[in-house]
Design a protein around this ligand. Structure first.
Ligand code: AMP
Length: 217
């Protein structure tokens, strides 16, 4: 099963994807995480991506598609795959279809996470990430046991620089301009489309998400 997760920054896709990944044994492919890892490792891609990311802009499609293709080559052809933060543009969606066709696969379901904008802004300002293990916390709704310290690996938590209010506004704008149109792209391409209300308690969102992809919880 190949699942595309669509939804604006802060809607909780990453948290939900990590949970489903553990439950159904899937590959969680987050292009944001791959790019942050490339930056930490100081690779050419990381260097090329950093200015775009810091400004809240999209990294160019050709870099993203090359990165995803390379990452896919290490994933077994029959693995369940959850795509989080990719595709973000029509060119990426077309590139994804081409890559999947070449391995006789397709997008099986597209899950659209929805929440009002003021909730997204609030969540992003409280979001804290562990750069070491990828765990995500929120100072209001899901704080770590000790402030600033990851429960899982004791890493020091960070507030992503692109979660600052001015950059957040740009990221939300870009989502509306370039990524929201993918809902009609997938509708026109006959994909199964499911909507999940993400402004509910995290366990309720997960219940709806799991049921949308056909996993009973
Ligand atoms: P995310 O963690 O998904 O919010 O991504 C963080 C940042 O990485 C985004 O604001 C973009 O700058 C960049 N990025 C991640 N995925 C993509 C993508 N599919 N296309 C373009 N830029 C991306």
């Amino acid at each position: 099963m190949v699942v595309v997760l669509l939804g604006p920054p802060g809607v909780g896709k990453g948290t939900q994807a990590a949970r489903l990944t553990a439950d159904i044994v899937a590959e969680h492919v987050s292009t944001g995480d791959l790019l942050r890892a490339a930056r930490r490792d100081g690779t050419t891609l990381g260097k090329e991506a950093q200015d775009f990311m810091d400004a809240g802009e999209y990294v160019p499609d050709d870099l993203i598609l090359a990165m995803v293709r390379e990452h896919f080559s290490g994933i077994s052809a029959d693995a369940h795959v959850l795509l989080d933060g990719f595709p973000r543009t029509t060119a990426q969606a077309i590139g994804l279809d081409t890559s999947l066709e070449s391995i006789e696969r397709q997008v099986d379901v597209v899950v659209v996470f929805e929440a009002p904008q003021e909730i997204l802004v609030r969540r992003l300002s409280g979001r804290r990430n562990c750069p070491d293990c990828g765990a995500i916390y929120n100072t209001c709704s899901s704080p770590p046991a000790t402030e600033g310290v990851c429960d899982r690996c004791s890493g020091a938590l960070v507030h992503r620089s692109d979660d600052e209010p001015s950059t957040v506004r740009r990221r939300l704008e870009l989502y509306q301009e370039q990524t929201a149109p993918l809902v009609s792209f997938y509708e026109q391409h006959g994909a199964r489309l499911e909507r999940v209300q993400a402004d509910q308690p995290v366990d309720d969102v997960y219940r709806d998400f799991a049921s949308a992809v056909g996993v009973a919880r």
